[in-house]
Design a protein around this ligand. Structure first.
Ligand SMILES: [Fe+2]
Length: 288
């Protein structure tokens, strides 16, 4: 196991409490610099684009530190890693000077065809080796720390030689990268797949958690769907607090991608996250 990521991560900046930059919320987001510390952007929406999209990016860059959260790396795919995509990512990260970048523990392409889904991988030793090799390759090309996010998934994963948390741990340790821990995804999977969410947190290398996602979900009959379209629920705030008390993360962020409420409601959720962060990890409270 290599620990150089953990050493290097100590010098990463503390960003505080942030929000995702979404087109529908952009004006209000950019007008609330005093309540939002940093922004997360979906790089595929901004890479190589000009016009109004580039103007929005430039306005955000002027006011906030930015990090990216990609959806197209397809790090678990058996397709060759796209040098065009990863090279484009490097240039984009250099442009916005992001301290780190992230994507999901999944695959989303087969034989060159991209699906609009983040699909789970078998929890096998073979998959661990495959992912570790590709993450190292991508990190080397990009030259900035990479974080891998735990996803929500709705099918029984084949080849369950290890639990989800063992799989995540083995991948990030073999690859020597960081974790973007989504506490809502842990909650959603814990209900849908029947495990204790605290067991998940207790059994991952928390020293590799650099960023946390907080989000809402939707109950549908006997399954919970990770929609990012509802208010955050109390058990998810409790998981956030539990992680923060046991780690030293650099950034926490509210993910809201649809069914947008009044912006004041999002600001009050951010204030709640900030209050939890302030008591559990005072260094994260950048604004108040
Ligand atoms: Fe997330």
């Amino acid at each position: 196991m290599s620990n150089s990521f953990i050493q290097d991560a100590k010098t990463l900046p503390i960003l505080g409490v942030g929000l995702g930059l979404r087109r529908e919320l952009a004006d209000e987001t950019l007008a609330n610099q005093n309540k939002i510390d940093w922004l997360e952007i979906v790089p595929e929406n901004y890479m190589n684009l000009g016009g109004a999209i580039r103007e929005r990016l430039d306005a955000a860059r002027e006011k906030f530190p930015l990090v990216t959260h990609g959806v197209s790396l397809s790090i678990g795919s058996t397709d060759e890693l796209s040098c065009e995509y990863v090279g484009g990512m490097k240039r984009f990260l250099d442009l916005i000077d992001a301290p780190w970048w992230s994507d999901h523990l999944c695959f989303s392409s087969v034989n060159g065809s991209y699906m609009h889904d983040l699909l789970p991988l078998p929890h096998s030793k073979e998959a661990v080796e495959h992912l570790a090799k590709r993450i190292k390759q991508a990190q080397t090309i990009v030259g900035r720390p990479f974080l891998l996010e735990n996803i929500s998934y709705y099918m029984n994963v084949p080849e369950t030689a290890m639990s989800e948390w063992q799989f995540l741990s083995e991948v990030v340790e073999r690859a020597d990268c960081g974790i973007l821990l989504d506490v809502n995804n842990i909650y959603v999977n814990s209900v849908n797949h029947g495990f204790d969410p605290y067991l998940f947190i207790d059994n991952i290398p928390l020293e590799r958690v650099i960023q946390i996602h907080v989000a809402g979900h939707q109950m549908r009959d006997d399954v919970i769907i990770d929609t990012h379209g509802s208010a955050v629920i109390e058990p998810v705030f409790a998981l956030l607090e539990y992680v923060l008390k046991r780690s030293s993360v650099k950034a926490v962020m509210l993910e809201r991608d649809q069914n947008y409420p009044d912006f004041e409601e999002l600001l009050s959720e951010l204030a709640r996250i900030r209050a939890i962060a302030e008591s559990a990890q005072p260094a994260l409270n950048m604004v108040a």
